[in-house]
Structures are given as structure tokens and as C-alpha cells.
Write a protein that binds this ligand. Structure first.
Ligand code: HEM
Length: 178
């Protein structure tokens, strides 16, 4: 498999970034929701430390992804036979996902820094963690997490529709199957 994409398939770098990000985002949704519902301060601390580190890696990977597409690689062509509306919706969700991920990462950082929780998570300041709901960026973080979940449902639903109803082997373009 080539490092770069061809007109019909994604290259190995794009495939690796896609599946790594997908896995990490599910981990982030789980750890974020679990941390904000944790009754035990130590559990909340452990979950949130992992959440912040993983979120930083996702942010870096997403910036690398944007640079990769802009400077080094060209996206495969759209699947043949799709309407303008279907192509437009697919592109809007794909670019929207990058934007939502980057705002999630920035609002997460802003929340942690504004509340001083960075000194607890990565320093020696004592627990318990602050009430994050008092920080305005946390409102953005919470709302966008629901928007992200809705976009992921649309994205995964569309991929399954292509694969199993339209039967155009879309997933093979992203490295799953032939
Ligand atoms: C793609 C990246 C991210 C995703 C998908 C994500 C997802 C989430 C979700 C779903 C929640 C729960 C929201 C709620 O209960 O309404 C949450 C909470 C939170 N996230 Fe993130 N997050 C991301 C990045 C980050 C980063 C980079 C940081 C910090 C550096 C961060 C800090 C926080 C904090 C402080 C909370 C509140 C936790 C609590 O209440 O105990 N997030 N996140």
C-alpha cells in the first residue's frame, strides 16, 4: 500500500491517522463522560489526567492531518454516482469533524487552565478538582461533545449504508477489506 492516497483509495498515512483518531475519540467520549459523573475524586482525577494527555495527542494528530492533506496528499475522488447533496453532506461532516475536534481540544485546555486544574493534574496541588461547570469554556466543551456524537452517528451510519446497502465497498478505501 502506498503512503499517499490514489484517486480511488486512501494511503497508509491517512488510514493510520483515521483509525487512530477514531479509537482515541471513543476513548475521549468515554473518559470525559465518566470523569464528569465520577463520585470518587481520585477516580475523576485519574480519568481526567488520561483524558487531557490523550486529548493533547488527538489535537496534535488532527493538526498533522490538516497539514498532511494541504501539503502532501490529495483526497481520493468521491464515490461515483452520488448526488450533489450526498457529496455536500459527506464533505460537510468530514471538515466539520476536524473543526469540532480542534474546538473540543482548545475548550478542554481553556477549562483546565482557567480553573487551575492543570496544577492538580500535572503538579502537586491538592484535590478535589474544581467545579468545571463554572468555567464558560466547559459549556462549549459539553455542547460540542453532543454535536460530535451526533456527527459520528451520521458518519458511521453513512459508511454502513455505503458498505451494506449501496454495496460499493467504501470501507476498502479506508483499509478495511478488499
Ligand atoms: C477530541 C477531544 C475531546 C473530546 C472528544 C472530549 C470529550 C469530553 C466529554 C464527552 C466530556 C463530558 C462532558 C459533559 O459531561 O457534558 C468531557 C469533559 C471534560 N473534558 Fe474533554 N474532550 C476532549 C478534549 C479535552 C482536552 C484536551 C482537555 C484538557 C486538556 C479536556 C478537559 C475536559 C474537562 C476538564 C472535562 C470535565 C470533566 C469533569 O467534569 O470531571 N477535554 N470531555
Amino acid at each position: 500500500m502506498s503512503i499517499k492516497s490514489s484517486p480511488s483509495r486512501y494511503g497508509s498515512v491517512a488510514i493510520a491517522i483515521h483509525w487512530l483518531t477514531a479509537l482515541a475519540i471513543f476513548g475521549m467520549l468515554f473518559s470525559g463522560l465518566a470523569a464528569s459523573n465520577a463520585a470518587n475524586p481520585q477516580t475523576q482525577f485519574t480519568l481526567l489526567r488520561g483524558h487531557a494527555v490523550m486529548g493533547t495527542l488527538i489535537g496534535a494528530l488532527t493538526i498533522f492531518r490538516v497539514v498532511w492533506w494541504q501539503a502532501f496528499d490529495k483526497r481520493p475522488k468521491d464515490q461515483p454516482g452520488l448526488s450533489r447533496l450526498q457529496k455536500g453532506a459527506a464533505h460537510a461532516v468530514h471538515y466539520g469533524l476536524y473543526a469540532v475536534i480542534l474546538v473540543m481540544v482548545s475548550s478542554g485546555f481553556a477549562t483546565v487552565i482557567m480553573t487551575g486544574a492543570n496544577l492538580q493534574l500535572f503538579g502537586a496541588a491538592p484535590l478535589p478538582l474544581p467545579d468545571f461547570t463554572l468555567a464558560p469554556p466547559m459549556t462549549v466543551h459539553g455542547i460540542l461533545s453532543r454535536v460530535l456524537i451526533a456527527m459520528l452517528i451520521g458518519h458511521i451510519g453513512a459508511a454502513l449504508w455505503h458498505q451494506f446497502i449501496r454495496r460499493d465497498r467504501l470501507l476498502a478505501r479506508m483499509g478495511l477489506g478488499r
